[in-house]
Design a protein around this ligand. Structure first.
Ligand code: NAI
Length: 305
């Protein structure tokens, strides 16, 4: 507590009891005037607790790629804040369906409504159907988190067409398809929050990432354009740029040498957790961030410094 806040504690009237505190040292008529003023302002001026302001009860959120890693952490944090959540995932085998079902079970324990479905973000028609389903099941959409993403790393001169296309279509086209499908709902209600999960590699690349870096740099461009076009209807569009985050995608797909390098490059000397990214996204979808739009917030332990 600062000296200032101690002082204001001392001078706060005891409004709970309906009276006012004794004001030490104030002459009689000054004290009377102050008491009259305090009576007028009364209880109504007490600030709302911060958590009330950031609560998401009554809001509907869509998260792409919500079945694992960062997306799963975001889905659960949104639900803990009271939002009903729709999430999609790529059905690429039994494990992916089990992962999605397990997240849906956790949502039910949190007592929020949920809609989940396999939907390939690379397919515009599937995205439209998913958004329509989420809207019909849960209601008006307020929040979109474009998180689904993949990597297929290889030196530029060895990269196959399908490796380039898979990454750019998932990481960039997918976010565009979802943003376009959700925009009419947000525009109609003149309220919305969109957060895109970009990457530090959309800002600073490394060897073997030409497809991934191009897709994430494109996503940052999409973030800024969407912020410009949707801002006049009170819709905030921002991006987070995570550094290396400990998810199975990272731990299974990246060599220990690269992870050691990532730790060394980060000023804080460690990898991040999905929760680190999720808490930044929770800030961006809250009213605490209502004056932030078109921003790219690194969640990278200082990797970009
Ligand atoms: P993850 O592999 O754990 O999860 C990816 C999610 O995206 C899964 O739910 C998967 O089903 C979904 N997905 C993949 N392709 C899809 C498609 N075509 N259609 C629909 N859903 C699809 O990955 P992780 O690590 O949680 O990554 C999430 C996001 O964070 C990605 O955009 C990634 O580029 C970004 N990111 C991750 C970093 C990390 O170190 N893990 C660092 C920087 C950014």
């Amino acid at each position: 507590m600062t000296d200032d806040s101690i002082a204001s504690e001392k001078w706060r009237p005891d409004t709970q009891e309906g009276g006012t505190a004794e004001l030490p040292g104030a002459p009689g008529d000054v004290q009377e005037a102050v008491e009259a003023l305090l009576d007028e302002v009364g209880v109504d001026t007490q600030p709302e607790p911060y958590l009330e302001a950031s609560g998401l009860r009554g809001q509907i959120a869509i998260v792409t790629g919500g079945s694992s890693g960062i997306g799963r952490a975001v889905v659960l944090d949104l639900a803990r804040a009271g939002a009903d959540v729709a999430f999609c995932f790529l059905d690429d085998g039994a494990q992916s369906r089990l992962d999605a079902q397990s997240v849906a079970r956790e949502l039910r324990h949190l007592e929020v409504r949920c809609f989940f479905q396999a939907c390939d973000v690379r397919e515009s028609s599937e995205v439209k159907a998913f958004v329509r389903g989420a809207h019909e099941t849960l209601g008006n959409i307020h929040i979109l988190v474009n998180n689904a993403g993949i990597g297929r790393d290889r030196a530029l001169w060895h990269m196959a067409d399908h490796e380039w296309e898979a990454v750019v279509r998932t990481n960039l086209d997918g976010a565009f398809f979802f943003t376009r499908a959700v925009a009419p709902y947000l525009r109609a209600q003149e309220y919305g929050k969109i957060v895109n999960v970009a990457s530090v590699h959309g800002v600073r690349s490394e060897f073997g990432l030409c497809n991934y870096a191009a897709s994430k740099a494109g996503l940052i461009g999409l973030t800024k354009s969407a912020a410009v076009e949707l801002g006049p209807r009170n819709i905030n569009v921002n991006a987070v740029a995570p550094g290396y985050i400990r998810t199975t995608r990272l731990t299974d797909g990246v060599s220990p040498e690269v992870l050691d390098h990532a730790r060394e490059e980060s000023v804080l000397g460690r990898l991040g957790d999905p929760q680190d990214v999720s808490s930044t996204i929770m800030f961006l979808v809250s009213e605490a961030a209502r004056h932030i739009t078109g921003a790219v917030i690194p969640v990278d332990g200082g990797y970009l410094l």
